[in-house]
Design a protein around this ligand. Structure first.
Ligand code: HEM
Length: 72
């Protein structure tokens, strides 16, 4: 089962963290959890990250993390 610390945090590049600070902090478990539905929508429609969309492997891992209860 994926957890934020071991699997999810490292999916976000430093650039992602910096660019998205205006909306939420991608290094912070509570903020990623509370914005997860919005984040997942943008990952899966390919509109974020704006420069290099994620493949289905990373997007599926993020979805699995959500579905399995947002393990820290
Ligand atoms: C995995 C990385 C990223 C995720 C998960 C992400 C997620 C999101 C989400 C959920 C929103 C909507 C915010 C809202 O509704 O308040 C958003 C907006 C935005 N993001 Fe990102 N983002 C990522 C990377 C980036 C990068 C690398 C850039 C710039 C190069 C960027 C630039 C923007 C901008 C300018 C907006 C506002 C305009 C819009 O909604 O399209 N993001 N992002």
């Amino acid at each position: 089962m994926p957890s934020f610390v071991t699997d999810i945090r490292s999916l976000f590049r430093e650039k992602d963290v910096e660019e998205m600070r205006f909306a939420f902090d991608l290094t912070n478990y509570d903020e990623v959890k509370s914005n997860a539905a919005n984040i997942f929508d943008r990952l899966s429609d390919g509109s974020m990250p704006c420069d290099e969309p994620w493949g289905s492997d990373k997007t599926t891992l993020f979805r699995q993390w959500m579905d399995e209860g947002y393990l820290p």
